[in-house]
Design a protein around this ligand. Structure first.
Ligand code: ANZ
Ligand code: ZN
Length: 829
């Protein structure tokens, strides 16, 4: 029979809720800390990944309150999205109803975990009070020209019946949500001009020392900055100029063909002019239906077709053929390249296949020069320039900048920077999202809904369909609306916004969640932002974490906030693993948090999670580990309960200082108590190694468990130890520790009592005076740490200068030691 965690946990959860223990208000006189976990999607129930995320954040929050900070710790729900529509179709319940039911259920679950949220600040992105401001933000982007419509080839997921942003196409061309292979479709869509911020998004990664290197590398690659040159080639018969982008202008003398993307505008002209137009057109059709992964993978099949047209190299005057090639993409650079097969592997594979000459212009610094006829793959490394006129002999590091300088001067090329990141496609052909607040009018075109008319409410009774256009497009009553500008009949935009928009700014809304006059209050945001510690999954490295940075920069630019980065420190938690695989519904290896909490209590669940692994590592779920955590808490309970006689009465005048403790046994315990404080504090605060912090508390429990207090002095010491144990364990297991704190006649609850601090004096090891003799004569008297072993004692004695000098060159016959007292070195000669 263990302690009655059920009633204890309920009791304290009520107390925290009724007293608003963790409500935080802006207070410029106090130092703030904004601790945030990524808010959940209300899928129905919390899973273990949530439990881990929230245990980490909650433990930090409680620790920081105790450290005296004013801590903002809010929670909400990322409540728009597809699953609600699927549920609506499956169970025939409105998406809103399903979502709100889940929100309320998951709120209860979070409360059962004992999370220290400021519940007054809960936001739900599907709430009109919230999405009204999501729409308002869209209008600000629109006003600044950063939200625009464009017809473009876009990513289409046939299973979700909607388009996707590039960031949402993951794992070699699959939908981030459902894993279906993504195809391209030409559609008119809304975009946000995130590319305007590409350089800043890249540069400011330098200002984020509190982010994992791994995430920064992923973002750098995603943004993908390339420095190079743009140069144009003239087509011979039409005189048309074809622009190319290259990062290797130093290979200009090695160009042997020009390749166009199948979608390149000049291709249409080729088709119309060429006698082989039909054949070329068929080839183009074939390429367009391939995915970009198929088209560009190194080693993938390079396919092309000669066009019969040719171009001239402006630098060398050489003439070479123009081809169309499947591996050239229209949405990067200019959609055309100068082909240098000797130094680009894809060009090489292509050239060999189509019998195009390979002309080396860089040789390896050592070894044989290259031979274009016999080489077996492209030479892509740095080397020494050759076959390039006056540039021969230059190492690549000098050839690249030198030749671009020259090319720019001679007018052959211009400098150009390209980014891989594309504008963010934000319109979705779905119902359960924030409607895009614009109206189409035959006379006025695209007209933004006036701000004072927001929110554009989602209608209730919409039949959810999967026909490839927004279900809202079917609701003719909702769609028709007078044009806000001219009053003639207009039509609403039926697409809704990508839900990643809703989550790009929620951390601002938390600062003043009930403000109904503004998107958020500037003053409140100025106090709370940026988030000091953000905690969530690595899967958002190139999605949410880029979008949120983009929004934050935009807010700063339109004067809403001064923060240019949203998250100062980022902790990406590891996965929860069971039986060697990620815990997931599809693998059938999930453990239900509710079940664990009802069997062992929230404190046990939290403790196990924080003890089983450092937060950034994967955590192996183990029932035995959970039981172990539970046993530990029962031992803490018994330690207090069995000693209530001692602990329950008002203690003596406070802890006994180290200097007054004489007995080594007592001094040892005192030292254990204070080194525990020191080490646990460091583990939590600096190292974020919560597991070792727990291990130290387990050791302290052992030390206290084997201690039998008798005298007043011992009672005081024991009480001190128990207080430290409960205080330090409190952020991990808040319910149990509060209960025991109360039982031991402490008036004020533990939650906000100061975190204990270690007494310097109690940290140092005890010392003893050791006498060192040589042949029986006292030569040194010094302080050594108490309790040294014989060998250590001998070694340290022999190293003392007064001893080392005297025995130099003499033979040591033997060394006699008396622990903690004496060393006598017997020497001969
Ligand atoms: C000549 C050359 C010679 C190239 C050489 C590379 C090596 P990053 O670094 O990713 O920016 N390229 C340009 N536009 C392209 C497109 N739309 N589709 C496919 N490939 C394209 O890559 C820039 C390089 O990728 C460019 O430099 C170009 O090939 C190719 F020894 O030009 B390079
Ligand atoms: Zn109009």
């Amino acid at each position: 029979m263990g302690y009655d965690f059920q009633s204890i946990e309920k009791k304290w959860q009520h107390t925290w809720e009724n007293e608003g223990t963790f409500n935080a208000d802006a207070d410029p006189s106090r130092e703030k800390f904004y601790c945030l976990e990524m808010f959940p999607y209300p899928s129905g129930a919390l899973h273990m990944g949530h439990l881990r995320n929230y245990s980490i954040g909650d433990m930090l929050t409680r620790f920081l309150w105790k450290k005296g900070l004013n801590v903002l710790h809010p929670i909400g729900f990322d409540a728009f999205g597809m699953p609600a529509e699927n549920a609506a179709m499956k169970y025939n319940t409105p998406a809103a109803e399903w979502t709100w039911r889940n929100i309320e259920h998951m709120t209860e679950q979070l409360k059962h975990m004992g999370c220290s949220y400021d519940w007054r600040r809960r936001v739900e992105t599907c709430n009109p009070d919230y999405y009204r401001w999501t729409q308002w933000i869209f209008l600000q982007f629109f006003k600044k020209g950063l939200a625009y419509r464009k017809n473009a080839p876009v990513n289409w997921c046939s299973s979700c019946s909607t388009v996707l942003a590039n960031e949402q196409v993951i794992n070699d061309g699959h939908c981030w949500r459902c894993g279906t292979p993504v195809v391209k479709r030409n559609l008119e869509q809304w975009f946000l001009r995130i590319t305007d911020y590409a350089q800043e998004l890249l540069d400011d990664l330098e200002n984020l020392p509190g982010w994992p290197e791994r995430v920064k590398i992923m973002q750098r690659n995603w943004i993908g900055r390339s420095e190079g040159a743009r140069l144009s080639f003239t087509e011979k018969t039409t005189g048309e100029s074809i622009e190319t982008f290259t990062t290797r202008f130093d290979t200009i003398f090695g160009v042997t063909f020009l390749a166009l993307a199948p979608e390149h505008p000049f291709v249409q002209k080729i088709i119309s002019l060429s006698p082989e137009g039909d054949r070329i057109s068929a080839f183009v059709q074939k390429c367009v239906s391939q995915s970009s992964i198929e088209r560009t993978a190194v080693g993938g099949e390079k396919e092309g077709i000669f066009t019969g047209f040719s171009a001239v190299n402006p630098v060398t005057g050489e003439e070479f053929p123009i081809l169309i090639a499947n591996y050239i993409l229209m949405d990067y650079g200019t959609g055309a390249i100068m082909g240098v097969p000797a130094h680009d592997q894809r060009d090489f594979e292509f050239a060999r296949k189509y019998g195009i000459p390979v002309k080396p212009v860089i040789n390896p610094a050592e070894g044989e020069p290259l031979d274009g006829d016999t080489m077996e793959r492209a030479f892509e490394d740095d080397g020494i320039t050759c076959n390039s006129g006056q540039f021969d002999g230059l190492p690549t590091s000098q050839a690249i900048p030198g030749m671009i300088d020259w090319g720019v001067q001679k007018g052959f090329c211009t400098r150009e920077v390209n980014f891989r990141i594309r504008d963010w496609l934000i319109s979705r052909q779905r119902y359960w999202g924030a409607p895009i607040p614009v109206v189409y009018c035959e006379h006025c075109g695209v007209v933004p809904v006036p701000e004072e008319e927001l929110p554009v409410l989602l209608p209730d009774n919409v039949k959810i369909t999967e026909v490839g256009k927004s279900p809202l497009a079917e609701d003719s009553e909702w769609l028709s609306v007078p044009c806000p500008k001219c009053g003639r009949p207009g039509r609403r935009e039926a697409d809704t916004m990508d839900t990643f928009i809703c989550s790009s700014w929620y951390f601002f809304r938390y600062c003043s969640p009930r403000n109904d006059g503004e998107v958020f209050s500037k003053e409140e945001a100025a106090y709370w932002m940026p988030v000091d510690q953000y905690i969530g999954g690595i899967e958002h490295a190139c999605l949410h974490l880029i979008y949120a940075r983009f929004f934050t920069k935009f807010f700063a630019d339109i004067g809403l906030s001064t923060a240019r980065e949203p998250f100062t420190n980022l902790l990406t938690q590891g996965m929860v693993i069971k039986d060697g695989a990620k815990m997931s519904k599809s693998l059938g290896n999930v453990v239900d948090p509710d079940e664990i909490i009802s069997r062992y209590g929230a404190d046990t669940a939290r403790l196990f999670i924080l003890f089983a692994a450092p937060p950034a590592n994967d955590l192996d779920w183990s029932e035995r580990g959970v039981e172990g955590a539970h046993r530990f808490l029962n031992r803490v309970w018994r330690l207090v309960e069995e000693n209530l006689q001692v602990l329950g009465k008002p203690g003596p005048a406070g802890p006994v200082p180290m200097k007054d403790l004489k007995e080594p046994r007592l001094r040892d315990l005192k030292r254990k108590i204070h080194t525990t404080i020191r080490d646990v504090t460091r583990d939590i605060d600096q190292e974020k190694q919560f597991n070792t912090a727990v291990a130290r508390l387990m050791e302290l429990l052992n030390a206290l468990g084997s201690f039998r207090p008798g005298s007043d002095e011992e009672h005081a010491l024991f009480l001190e130890g128990v207080e430290v144990l409960l205080s330090c364990l409190n952020p991990f297991c808040p319910h149990l520790t509060e209960e025991l704190w109360e039982m031991t006649a402490h008036g004020e609850p533990l939650a906000k009592l100061p975190w204990p601090s270690a007494e310097e004096e109690a940290l140092e090891a005890d010392t003893v005076t050791v006498v060192v003799q040589i042949n029986g004569k006292v030569r040194e008297k010094t302080e050594f740490p108490a309790g040294l072993g014989e060998e250590e004692l001998k070694r340290m004695a022999l190293e003392l200068p007064g001893v080392a000098k005297r025995i130099e060159g003499l033979e040591i016959v033997r060394i006699i030691t008396v622990p903690d007292r004496l060393v006598n070195v017997v020497v001969k000669g």
